[in-house]
Design a binder for this molecule. Structure first.
Ligand code: ATP
Ligand code: MG
Length: 239
């Protein structure tokens, strides 16, 4: 018998609880995602969007249920592999950047994984150009504006070319031109991605599917972005 394809995400009855919390921040969550899908993840404040992204990146572990990313189970012993497969853009860019300069920050991950310097230089150059941040290459992280930090954090993820992008409010802090550039860059990528966002316009422009979370549970899951245009349903979901 053929085994089922591994897909990009297989999430079955997953519950995630924070330490000392009795109720799960994610409760009995089940869904799958295939390569190339761009999924908008919407839900009110506290619905569990960031928790889901952190769990898919292996930074939180399911208390119940089974979860795999690109065929790798999300569990303690496989964290290294999960980090390689996923690129998580944190909701707050301050949580992401940790090296003294933009260049050092962007090179840290690829060097760690043994990318040769010539390839790295090529990728870095192309990426900085593409994001319109070539002028920021040598800049101290502490001297970046909010939007520049957001772009630097995004560049740090894209340079790793992960199989699954997990983007938590990628458009926040960006001015309209940078936000348009972000949408263009993301829509040109073939990579599967989940975008947690309150920015429905960005979701409409980018996403091939929409998932709605409410108090840790999936309330709706449909192709395209039409869920975001259903005013009555949005009200019910607390949006
Ligand atoms: N470190 C933590 N410890 C305990 N509870 C937490 C922790 N982080 C989040 N929570 C709780 O888990 C629930 C889900 O939070 P989460 O950050 O995933 O929501 P969100 O959908 O990303 O919200 P937002 O739109 O505000 O970013 C909330 O009730 C929140 O209070
Ligand atoms: Mg969040």
């Amino acid at each position: 018998m053929n085994s089922p394809p591994v897909g990009i995400i297989r999430c079955s009855h997953v519950t995630v609880r924070y330490v000392r919390e009795k109720e799960g921040a994610l409760r009995d969550l089940s869904f799958s995602a295939e390569p190339g899908e761009r999924i908008a993840l919407a839900g009110a404040n506290g619905a569990g969007k960031s928790t889901l992204l952190l769990t898919l990146a292996g930074m939180l572990l399911p208390a119940e249920g089974s979860l795999s990313v690109g065929g790798v189970p999300v569990c303690q012993s496989r964290i290294g592999e999960l980090r390689k497969k996923t690129g998580l853009l944190f909701q707050n860019p301050e949580d992401q950047l940790f090296m003294p300069t933009v260049e050092e920050d962007l090179c840290f991950g690829p060097r760690n994984y043994g990318m040769d310097e010539e390839t790295l230089e090529e990728k870095l150059d192309a990426l900085l150009q593409n994001l319109g941040m070539a002028g920021l290459r040598e800049r101290s992280i502490h001297h970046l504006s909010g939007g520049e930090k957001r772009l630097a954090a995004l560049a740090g993820i894209l340079i790793m070319e992960p199989d699954l992008l997990l983007l938590d409010e990628p458009g926040s802090f960006l001015d309209p031109a940078a936000r348009r550039k972000l949408i263009r860059i993301l829509s040109d990528l073939k990579t599967a991605m989940i975008i947690a966002t309150h920015d429905f316009d960005l979701a409409r422009r980018l996403c091939t599917r929409t998932l709605i979370l409410k108090v840790g549970r999936i309330r709706a899951d449909a192709p395209g972005s039409s869920l975001l245009d259903d005013a009555e349903a949005l009200e019910r979901w607390g949006l």
